[in-house]
Design a protein around this ligand. Structure first.
Ligand code: NAD
Ligand code: ZN
Length: 347
């Protein structure tokens, strides 16, 4: 079968690899229909995340059709349209029993290399999904793949980040980063009742695009975002900051934007080992700071319901629909920020 393989920094290829087969009674084989390129794939592409061996299959956002199930699988069967979670969990370990699926002792991230479980990725014609009962959801008939795919990662990641911030109706929110995840966070914050939502990006085009999602755009390449937001909030700062970039610069910005007693919820991925925490000011200003990988299993049924009810339509972020063969071009365009979200139409 065809699959997108990591070659080296800024290089992927479409190669021929062996089709996966059922290896355990919990595996589910899925014929992939759509896979997307995620901002997290860009970290691999840019060589920021160690442990991606050459020829490894990329990708973790996908929808597809079940073709075969292991003998213990009960929740899905051949012919079902499904969306998968980007990180996989066993469903039975102590962490999974606590609802902490992103902390599963045996789990990992599909297509994200040795440090994340060494699972083959989903930018391929077929994928074998471990523990298919817990890591797949059937897609309602009325929901197209193009919408459902967002529930497996970035919409649910963003929704979860807003949920983790404890946002209350009417509160003011700033989202740092207007990539696909930031735009999903804007949509999630609005659907969860936020008052004003600011969207900050250093790319003028991306900041501007956030306006069509209902945010107040802040182009941080042209104006100082702290000054802009302090002016707009009478010097108060925002109740909630969602950090959707990753790394020290935007984390530091989050602490400058949040009001005393406010909350920061960070989801941006970074390979930086550490960062100096603003301890004294956070203590005196009573700041709540939260960071972590998304717990997709916790929120995916909620986001599928929001999508099904038409409360959120993520398709406006899609800038490119390409064939699997064109994946290298998709990576290039996205890396250069000439694409916002690339969907690979596989089959
Ligand atoms: P993306 O690369 O498409 O977008 C990132 C955006 O950040 C870009 O628009 C860029 O211009 C902007 N940016 C970069 N540096 C900036 C700065 N200093 N100030 C302001 N804006 C800046 O990525 P994405 O798909 O939107 O994903 C965003 C982040 O979320 C990535 O780090 C991704 O890995 C992460 N992510 C995390 C999880 C999780 O489980 N925590 C899940 C999915 C994605
Ligand atoms: Zn992703």
């Amino acid at each position: 079968m065809k699959a997108v393989q990591y070659v080296d920094v800024e290089s992927v290829q479409v190669g021929q690899v062996a089709e996966p087969t059922i290896q355990t009674p919990d595996d589910v084989l899925v014929r992939v229909t759509t896979s997307a390129i995620c901002g997290s794939d860009l970290h691999l592409y840019r060589g920021h995340i160690p442990g991606m061996a050459p020829a490894s299959i990329m990708g973790h956002e996908y929808t597809g059709v079940v073709t075969a199930v292991g003998e213990r699988v009960r929740q899905v069967q051949a012919g079902d349209r499904v969306v998968g979670t980007f990180h996989v969990a066993c469903g039975v370990c102590r962490m999974c029993c606590l609802g902490q699926y992103h902390q599963c002792i045996q789990g990992g991230v599909l297509g994200y290399g040795l440090a994340f479980g060494d699972y083959p990725g989903t930018q391929a014609e077929m994928v074998s999904v471990p523990w298919g009962d817990i890591n797949l959801r059937k897609i309602p008939d009325s929901l197209p793949d193009e919408k459902a795919i967002f529930a497996g990662d970035i919409l649910t990641t963003a929704y979860g980040a807003v949920q983790n911030s404890g946002l209350k109706p009417g509160e003011t929110c700033a989202v740092i980063g207007a990539g696909p995840v930031g735009l999903m966070a804007v949509m999630a914050a609005r659907v969860m009742g936020a008052g004003h939502v600011f969207s900050i990006d250093r790319d003028a085009g991306r900041a501007q695009a956030a306006e069509s999602f209902g945010a107040i755009p802040v182009d941080s390449s042209r104006s100082n975002p702290v000054r802009r937001i302090m002016q707009a909030t009478a010097g108060f700062g925002v109740d909630v900051v969602i950090e959707a970039v990753g790394g020290p610069a935007t984390l530091a910005l989050a602490f400058q934007l949040v009001r005393g007693g406010g909350r920061i919820s960070a989801i941006g991925v970074t390979a930086e080992a550490d960062w100096v925490f603003p301890l004294m000011s956070s203590l005196t200003r009573d700041i709540t700071f939260r960071i972590g990988l998304a717990n997709i299993h916790r929120d995916i049924d909620t986001t599928l319901n929001l999508l099904g009810a038409g409360r959120i339509d993520p398709t406006a972020v899609v800038s490119h629909r390409l064939s699997l063969d064109a994946a290298p071009e998709g990576y290039r365009l996205y890396h250069q920020q000439r694409a916002t979200k690339v969907l690979l139409q596989v089959g």
